[in-house]
Each structure stands twice: as structure tokens, then as C-alpha cells.
Design a protein around this ligand. Structure first.
Ligand code: HAM
Length: 432
């Protein structure tokens, strides 16, 4: 590659036509299931007013402190490439005054997100999330519903080596008591904390529970569990979520150390982790965020949701299901010209095939007929249309069946119909 060639930005990925198979499966499965569970698609902009994330995602989060791509937008304003979808959905809901019409709404979104993280396997600076947000209900059944839904997506794309990790982090009533206790216990061992966690001790001590450093993890293991500090209402909610999951047949493990890296969560938090991913093993993260709507200037409506990480899920699919075979969708019919004079007619035929909903293509590089046949083979074409001088003169097309090599001639006017009938019959029989 020439030295001055411009390359992609670190932490971003290109995806070529032969790499889409798992992506297609994931997107189609998620869409189908999200809609089956009553979630409707919402699209919000790729960038938002920076204040939305500072306020919504939270000032003490790593995302806001270190990872946002923010751009000055004139007159002291700033816009930010969305690092997550949750605040945008709440903002859109409020802006459209949906709470005044039908407060309970369920949304889903699929799109790119941006975080300035240290790129590593499955961690990118532009990545993609498939998320759901349910607005306007505090029912614990809804917590369970979202978990069941995420699990169902993973099952239906063919994954088995994953597990749900669950915790409750309480509410603004009961959490301060726990936070004070953690702060007291960790302050005694301040010297043993990593530099980031020394800072977290001041800003938001519960972030320490999420630290991946060995020394901090040792200290965290000795802390009391947050569930021991839950108020009655939070404890009851948590029990109801677990009971509903049991009834739905979804297994889970409880992890008192799971606090999640975002400020808005209350009560239920969860992650779905996959065995094939190493240290950054979450393929989905979610939870309740009952205070966010009010924080963003709306009514006090309870909400919850999750986001599936697409790249992480694709890695999980590759580790369990292998890399898919070439997933490029090739033409079903290739029109081969044996004569330069045939090219204009070939162009017309290709167009007629496409109008008849047949995937069709021809050569645009001036290749020899032999090389065109080779190309047709390489692209897994089912039938070739051969156009030579004889065919041109007789206004015929020779159809070649690439599976068994048989070939026969038909009048040009009937060729599209004939191949359409053959392909249709194969599809009906479920043949490749
Ligand atoms: P999150 O845990 O930050 O939650 O992200 C959800 C998932 O997105 C992660 O489990 C991971 O698979 C994927 N992900 C996050 N960052 C990256 C990255 N840099 N590269 C690749 N994948 C990544 C949220 O974003 C919340 N908004 C989820 C939510 C929705 N909570 C309530 N509603």
C-alpha cells in the first residue's frame, strides 16, 4: 500500500459483501423479535446536543469524561456523536410530547454509536447497537420481558454459550446508605486502589465496583452486597423480576458487583455475557432508569431497556457457529456475450431479467467469453444466457444450466419467462 494512502480511522471497520451473513441473521432476527414483543422502530439523529449526554448518561461516567466525540457547533454550542441510544430516545419522546398522548410506549433502534475507547477485539470507536427502550411502566414484569427478549434474540441467532447476570442497585432512597458504607470501607484502603478508582472514590464510588484492575477487584470482593441494603420497595421489585424470569424459564446468576457504567440506572441492572469473548464479554447490557425522564425535564415516568452490541454478538456467533461461507448474494443468471455486437442486446436482456425480479448480471470489463464463463462459475451463477452470432441472428438465447451443463435454445422473447419459471420451481422445491 502506498505510504500516503489514506486509511480508515483507528477503531473503525469496513464490512465487505462477503462478510454479511451473521450480520443479516442478527439484524433480521432482532427486528422480527422486537416487533413480536410490541416494540416499534424509532430513528434518532447520529449526533445530539452534547448536554443530552452530560446530563443523561452522566458526568461521572467514563463515556462522558473520556470517550465522547464532541464537536464545537458555534456560539458556545457543542454536538456529540451518540455514544449510546437511551438519552436520545427519551429526548425524542419528550420533544414529541408522547407522554401527553399515550405515555406507555415501546421503542427499538438499530444504529451506529461512537466512543473513544482503546480499540481491541470487539471494542471499537464506531460500533453498532440494537436496543429497546420501554417508557412509562415500573412493572417488574417489563424488566423480565426485556431480559427474555434479549435472550430469545441470542438463542434464535444460534448462540448457546451465554448467561444472564442480574443485580439490583436500589433507588435514590436506599442507595445512599450503601454508597456511604462502600465509601467508608474503601477510604480505609485508599492506597490499594488504582489511580482511576482513587478519583472515583470522590466522584462516584460505586464505579469502583466495576473496575477491572486486579487490586480493586480484590477489595470489591470483600464489600457487602448492595442487595443487602435495598429498601422494601426495591427488594420486592427485585424478587418479582426474578420470579417472572423463573416463570419464563430464563436462567440467570446474581452478581452483587454488577453496577453498570452509566449513571441513570436504578433497581434492576443486567448484562448478558458470552463465553467466547474474553475479558470484555458483554453482548448486551441494560436496566431500569426511572429517573432519566424527569432529569431531562419530563414527567416522572419509569423506563427501562437494553442494548445488544452488534460487533460483540458477531464475534460470539463466529466463535460458536464459525465464520459463515461467502455471504455475497451473487446473480442467478449471467448473460455471456460471445461477440462484441451482442453487448447491447445483453444489456437489454439483463435489464429484462431484473425487471422480472431475477438477480442478473453481465460483463462490463470487455472479457473474453471464456473468461465470462469463468466469472459466472466463480459467482455461483445458476444459469447462463449465451449470446453468440447465431443467437443474435436468430433472435434466440441459449440457456446453459450450470449445475449439469445441459444447454438448449429458446426464442429471445421467451427466455426471461423460461428462466423465471425454472428458478421459481427450484425455489418452491427448496433447492439451492
Ligand atoms: P452499554 O453497556 O454501554 O449500555 O452498551 C451495551 C452493549 O454495547 C455492550 O454490552 C457492548 O456489547 C456494546 N458496546 C459498548 N461499547 C462498545 C464499543 N466501544 N465497541 C463495541 N461494542 C460496544 C448502553 O449503551 C445502554 N444505553 C443500554 C441501555 C439501554 N440501558 C437501558 N437502555
Amino acid at each position: 500500500m502506498a505510504q500516503d494512502q489514506i486509511k480508515s480511522v483507528q477503531g473503525t471497520e469496513d464490512l465487505f459483501p462477503d462478510q454479511w451473513a451473521h450480520w443479516r441473521t442478527l439484524y433480521a432476527t432482532a427486528r422480527r423479535l422486537f416487533e413480536r414483543y410490541g416494540y416499534g422502530e424509532i430513528r434518532t439523529p447520529v449526533f445530539e446536543d452534547t448536554r443530552l449526554f452530560v446530563k443523561g448518561t452522566g458526568e461521572t461516567t467514563d463515556i462522558v469524561r473520556k470517550q465522547m466525540y464532541s464537536i464545537p457547533a458555534g456560539e458556545g454550542e457543542s454536538i456529540t456523536l451518540c455514544p449510546e441510544g437511551t438519552p436520545s430516545v427519551v429526548r425524542a419522546y419528550l420533544q414529541a410530547n408522547l407522554h401527553k398522548q399515550e405515555p406507555f410506549q415501546k421503542f427499538y433502534y438499530i444504529g451506529p454509536m461512537f466512543r473513544r475507547e482503546r480499540p481491541q477485539r470487539g471494542r471499537l470507536r464506531q460500533f453498532h447497537q440494537l436496543g429497546v427502550e420501554a417508557v412509562g411502566s415500573g412493572s417488574p414484569l417489563l424488566d423480565a420481558e426485556t431480559i427474555v427478549l434479549a435472550v430469545e434474540v441470542f438463542r434464535q441467532v444460534g448462540l448457546t454459550d451465554f448467561g444472564v447476570v442480574l443485580n439490583s442497585i436500589g433507588c435514590p432512597e436506599c442507595r445512599p446508605r450503601y454508597r456511604d458504607e462502600v465509601c467508608r470501607l474503601l477510604s480505609d484502603k485508599r492506597d490499594e486502589l488504582c489511580e482511576d478508582c482513587k478519583d472515583r472514590l470522590q466522584r462516584n464510588v460505586l464505579r469502583v465496583l466495576d473496575c477491572k484492575e486486579e487490586g480493586c477487584r480484590r477489595l470489591v470482593a470483600e464489600l457487602p452486597a448492595v442487595v443487602e441494603y435495598l429498601c422494601d420497595a426495591c427488594a420486592e421489585h427485585y424478587e418479582a423480576v426474578k420470579a417472572a424470569l423463573g416463570r419464563a424459564g430464563v436462567e440467570f446468576t446474581e452478581d452483587p458487583g454488577l453496577v453498570r457504567g452509566l449513571d441513570y440506572y436504578v433497581r434492576t441492572v443486567y448484562e448478558i455475557k458470552h463465553g467466547g469473548l474474553g475479558a470484555r464479554d458483554a453482548i448486551c447490557g441494560g436496566g431500569r432508569y426511572d429517573g432519566l425522564m424527569e432529569l431531562l425535564g419530563g414527567p416522572p415516568l419509569p423506563c427501562l431497556g437494553f442494548a445488544i452490541g452488534a460487533e460483540a454478538t458477531i464475534l460470539a456467533m463466529e466463535s460458536e457457529l464459525g465464520s459463515p461461507a461467502d455471504s455475497a448474494v451473487g446473480p442467478a443468471v449471467y448473460v455471456v456475450c460471445f461477440d462484441e455486437a451482442a453487448r447491447a442486446d445483453a444489456f437489454e436482456l439483463v435489464q429484462a431479467l431484473r425487471c422480472a425480479e431475477v438477480r442478473a448480471d453481465m460483463d462490463f470489463e470487455g472479457r473474453s467469453a471464456k473468461s465470462q464463463m469463468r466469472m459466472a462459475n466463480k459467482r455461483g451463477v445458476r444459469f447462463c444466457f449465451l449470446l453468440g452470432p447465431d443467437e443474435l441472428q436468430r433472435r434466440e438465447v441459449t440457456i446453459k444450466d450450470m449445475a449439469d451443463g445441459r444447454q438448449w435454445s429458446v426464442p429471445r422473447d421467451g427466455a426471461v419467462q423460461e428462466v423465471g419459471r425454472l428458478l421459481g420451481a427450484e425455489e418452491a422445491e427448496g433447492a439451492p
